[in-house]
Design a binder for this molecule. Structure first.
Ligand code: AMP
Length: 455
């Protein structure tokens, strides 16, 4: 299948080709025809699968190259980072059309609020918003959504996790009942199904390999004692194999401590956590995107929706508590059909958490031996002991399907289990999508920041 099979209008086709998209991803192949037919949809797909374009492309096509310049589509997203990224994808895909968009999100100063307000009144076609900020615009009367045709909820599970349920329902009360609604979620817990029932009309369900990491991620673990972790990390970072790296740690205190240690080791690194200002966050992300900053250390705040191309290594300094967070974290690499490496440090205490991850992804992750200069690695309890304890606990969780089941596309190629990461040698580089950047011609009324403008 190619994008030509969708018969998108010429301007949109030009836009997606200039973004470097050639073949539709699995979610795009499934979702685009459903949306084009005018049906509601509930789709289970994680970031990294191409899910944003799976709703943007059909909606952009339905709006046509010469839209009416009234808010016709509303995209709700949990975080400002995701809202900005969606806006950038609209900019790229709609570059050759007259469609204009505006992202509105909280956290900025009064100037940002006024800029966003001006943007809205400039009659945009697509509004991308975090729920809290949208509510304040609706409450102030500066925004009317009575021409809305398309409502999209992106990362719906995350929005509910963040307590946005009431805000979402309030927003929906301002929308026309006759509309097409598209809901995307990385997971499908019962409360998502309940929300879907109340806001979708006879939706079609689209699933791609639920809770499976994207294909192309080479997943590995090191068993380590806590005292060995920072040395091991420093060796990996200094190996010269990787050029764009995210390191996840479980708490902001750990992030801060690790940041100091890596700085002291003369590594070019920055830290991303909830104690830094929005401006600092945006600066760090921009530098990281532009490849001026090779390493970010962060908490799980970084793990969802950060869409940066060419991340070739994700390190879990700690095993994440929630197995799904593991998938979100490692999904920062190997975005849309590229490859990358995800390395997890597992200490004795985290052995159980790690087993839960392997259960969720239904495969065993390759173990790489510690470099000899770091000394002995911890010995873990034999697998059978863990199984026995789990059985005694009466858990009814699914067993790993024979250990090496790659059904979800978790590719186990490359790296040849057991080989070290720290031996130098060229790391893989990823192709750079040739995205259009900068202001669109004619249709922005000068109100919209360019994609690289962090304001
Ligand atoms: P998403 O899952 O929406 O966060 O998308 C992940 C990344 O894949 C983004 O950088 C997109 O620009 C890119 N992408 C989406 N669809 C395609 C495609 N069909 N071919 C290549 N890259 C894509």
């Amino acid at each position: 299948m190619t994008f030509l099979d969708f018969n998108f209008n010429e301007q949109l086709t030009e836009g997606l080709l200039s973004m470097g998209y050639k073949t539709p991803t699995a979610i795009q192949q499934m979702a685009i025809p459903v949306v084009m037919e005018g049906k509601d949809i509930i789709a289970c797909a994680q970031t990294g699968t191409g899910k944003t374009a799976s709703y943007l492309l059909p909606v952009l096509n339905l709006l046509g190259p010469h839209p009416k310049h009234q808010i016709s589509a509303l995209i709700l997203a949990p975080t400002r980072e995701l809202a900005q990224q969606i806006d950038q994808q609209v900019e790229g895909l709609a570059y050759f059309t007259e469609i204009s968009s505006q992202a509105v999100f909280g956290g900025g100063d009064g100037i940002a609020y006024e800029q966003q307000k001006r943007g809205i009144t400039n009659k945009v076609d697509i509004l991308i918003a975090t729920p809290g900020r949208l509510i304040s615009f609706l409450a102030s009367g500066s925004l009317k959504l009575n021409h809305l045709q398309y409502l999209i909820l992106d990362e719906a599970d995350r929005m509910l996790d963040m307590g946005f349920y009431d805000d979402i329902m309030r927003i929906i009360s301002h929308l026309p009942t006759k509309r097409q609604t598209l809901m995307f979620s990385a997971t499908m817990p019962p409360r998502i199904r309940t929300l879907a029932k109340s806001i979708l009309n006879n939706p079609e369900q689209v699933n791609i390999a639920i809770s499976q990491p994207a294909a192309g991620i080479n997943q590995q673990i090191y068993k380590t004692f806590d005292g060995q972790k920072t040395k091991l990390l420093t060796m990996l970072l200094n190996s010269g194999q990787y050029t764009s790296i995210i390191v996840f740690a479980s708490t902001k205190e750990k992030v801060k401590a690790l940041y100091k240690e890596l700085k002291a080791a003369k590594l070019k690194v920055n830290a991303f956590h909830s104690d830094i200002t929005q401006h600092e966050r945006e600066e760090i992300l921009l530098e990281f995107k532009n490849k001026q900053l090779p390493i970010i250390i962060g908490t799980d705040a970084l793990s969802r929706g950060i869409d940066v191309e060419g991340i070739d290594l994700v390190v879990n300094y700690d095993v994440p508590g929630d197995p799904e967070d593991y998938i979100h974290r490692i999904g920062r690499t190997a975005r849309a059909a590229t490859t990358g490496t995800a390395i997890t440090f597992v200490n004795e205490r985290d052995q159980r958490k790690f087993k839960n991850i392997q259960q969720l992804i239904e495969r065993e992750i390759d173990e790489v031996p510690l470099p000899p200069e770091l000394g002995e690695a911890p010995q873990f309890k034999p697998d059978s002991d863990v199984k026995k304890r789990r059985n005694r606990g009466g858990g009814n969780k699914k067993r790993p399907g024979g250990g090496n089941n790659n059904s979800g596309g978790g590719s186990k190629t490359n790296g040849g289990g057991g080989s070290s990461n720290i031996s130098g040698g060229g790391g893989q580089r990823k192709p750079n999508h040739n995205r259009p950047r900068g202001n669109k011609p004619n249709n922005n009324n000068g109100s919209k920041p360019t994609p690289t403008d962090p304001s």
